[in-house]
Each structure stands twice: as structure tokens, then as C-alpha cells.
Ligand binder design. Sequence first.
Ligand SMILES: [Zn+2]
Length: 463
Amino acid sequence: MQFDTLVQGGTIVTAADTYVSDIGIAEGRIAAIARELPRETARQVFSAQGRMVIPGGIDVHTHLDMPFGGTTSSDDFETGTIAAAFGGTTTLIDFAIQYKGQTLRTAFDAWGKKAEGKAATDYAFHCIVTDLPDARLEEMDALVREGVSSFKLFMAYPGVFMLDDATIFRAMSQAARNGAMICMHAENGGAIDVIVRRALAEGKTAPKYHALTRPTTAEAEATGRAIALAEMAGAPVYIVHLSCNDALEKVREARDRGLPVYAETCPQYLFLSIENFDVPGFEGAKYVFTPPLREKWHQEKLWAGLAKDNLQVVSTDHCPFCYKDQKELGKDDFTKIPNGGPGIEHRLSLVYTGGVHGGRFSPNRFVELVSTTPAKLFGLYPRKGTIAVGSDADLVIWDPTQEETISAKTHHMRVDYSMFEGIQVKGVPRQVFVGGRLVIDNGKFVGKSGAGQFLKRQPHSGL
Ligand SMILES: [Zn+2]
């Protein structure tokens, strides 16, 4: 058998297994796995001795090149996917936004153009639905057939993204028929808006009020309501960026009842807290994203949720805005600070550090959270999300003991600060392959912009 590339002697870690083997890659796919493959037949050989080999990370929640609050997120599909690759993420699912009055296809086409010729990793899209007359319902079916098998709905941001319960229920009922997954931003936007207006009237304009005006109860209420609507519609639901124990309790109760309810959290909710707003001047704006940072005790609850499978995925909600010029748009009014933070590059290292080195879960569970379950929930498995013969050769040679300190001075995201500045991680990628192509080699990008492929995803079929 002729291999293009051989990855030799690594400890292969999947969601299920840990074993030492060689991996032979041909035509972008894993062609063979065996204790010893003949190295003479391979064009190039990488030693993974003493290191782990894991399936490439899948980040199912990113916002590249996204217009928001009068500006645009600072990473496009080129810089964002390169930064993702540096961190061991080889596939991302971004959000195409349907604006009011538009067809869903308009959104899909617009975001396809943003990514084409730029992405260095593979990519797919969810479609954000903001307007759903009856004609659009059938369009949902058409998109599912074309590989856009998930839709995101908002229960927050009235007047911009928010949908009423009837519309959400109609979309979920359609998803129950066509196999789509509904991703939900769960916060009670109506109540939050009233609290925000009160705060502004009292002259409370500093960044920390973004967090203080979005109570955990608003997230828990909407999470519970989303679950109830999905249960009535007979559809699965995926709660995005779950940030607090109150909402986690709603997910846990639903799962205990056997409902197809899933949820993700993000590194910012695992590593940061409302205490990050205790910084001079306007710097708290660096931590303005939604849902907001919570009190520190929620962190341990979220880690426990990941360990016990009440949370199934860690994504980033990567939505970077530079501190200078972009975050500063809200200098006198926290509601004008573009919502979002950068994280696409450090997800794997942070989860490995806190989860595996922190003694909370195994390397297998780590792989499940950052790669396998995202692939399964969003119709990419087993092409992505595991190491098996026939799967895409999206591989990370992972050094589980190497330490690094996260800093804006050394990161590759196009943004002038890091939310995780100064945090020390243990566990980093050495080599990263996308479809058999080496894209990261010991801290150097050696891939090609535009080489990433659009992925058609299957309908949801359960875990
Ligand atoms: Zn988001």
C-alpha cells in the first residue's frame, strides 16, 4: 500500500480508545492503522513517538467576518481559520445570517462567498433565522438537503435577532420533520432590555453593567422555555454558549427525562468570571460578550457538567473585536460595545489544561468534547471527529506536557488583546493536518489559504 504520509508511533486517542499505532494517509484520508506500517512506502514520515495523536478539533460556534453593532468581527475566514489551525482545530461551523426580508439562501450564499478562497481549514455553516414567513419553512428543508442541517434562533436581542415563541415553535416543528438541529441562544431578551434601560437611566454606563444587566435567571428561563418548545415540537435542541449553573440545571433535568437536549459551554465561562471586570478604566470592555461572565462559583459547576455529560461540547463563540477602535465604540455606553471575544486559537489547550491536567476527565473525554460529539451532533461523523480508516486525515500530533503562556503578543488571531492573557496552558499541538495536508508544523503555518473545503452535513441522527 502506498501512503502519502505516515504518522509513526503515536498514542492514538479517540473518544473511545487509547493505543499506540502508525497511521497511513492516502488521498487526504486515513488509509490504514496498524501497529507497524512499512515506512519505505511513504513519501513523508512524521514521528509521533511519546506524543498523542487526536482527531482535529471541531469548533461549532464561530463568527468570522460578521457585521455586528456598526462594525465587523476582526478575523475573516483567512486569519480566523489559520488561528484555529494553530490551536489544533481543523473544522469550524460558522453562522450565516438571514436578515429580515431575505431568503435563507441569500444568507448561505453571502457567507459562502466570505469563506471561499480564504479558509485554511474545512468549514460549514449554520443558518441564523431572523424572519420566518411560511415560504421560508420549505426553504429550511432545501437547505438541509444541501448540507446546512442546523439553524440558530435567538430568544434575545429584541428588534434585531429575537424571535417570538410561535416562530420558534414553527421552526422547531419543521426541524422535527427535516432532521435539522435547532441551536438556541437562550436569554430572555425582553426582560433584559428593560433592565438595561433602567441601568442606563441611572447613569450606569461602564462595561461591567453588561454583565450585571443580564441575570442568570434570564438565561435559565429561556433555556427552560426552549426545552419545553422543543419537547412540544418533538425536535432536538442544542443550547449554545451555556454560561451558568441555573441554565445547566434545566438541561440536566431535561436529559434526565431522556429528551434529546444538548448544550455547549465555552472556555471563557470555564476560566473567566465577573471578577475580570475589576480592571482600570474601560478595559472591562475586553470581556463584554453574551451571555456575560458570571460569578466564579459557576465555573466548577460547568466543569462538572462536562465531566458528567450534562454538557456535551466546548465551542468558542469566537467573535473578536479589537479593543482599539472597535470595543471603544461603547466608551460612554456599554450597550454600544460590540459583543464578542476572541478564543478560536486556544480552545483545545485550555480544555486539556483544565480538564485533563486538572484531573476532571480523561483524554478520551477531552477528544469527545472538542471533536467527536460536535461531529456527531452536526452531521459530520464519521468523516470527521475520529481516527478511523476512511475518515478524513484531520489529525493533531499533540504534546500533552508542553507548557505555553497565552498572550496577544504571540497569538495568531487578528485582534489586539487576549481574554486569556497570562494563563499558562499545558498541552499544545505540534503538527496539524487537514485532509492529509500539513498546515501547522511546530508553531509555523505551512498550509494554504483557500485550501479548506465547504462541508455538506448530514441531518441530525442522535448521538
Ligand atoms: Zn455566537
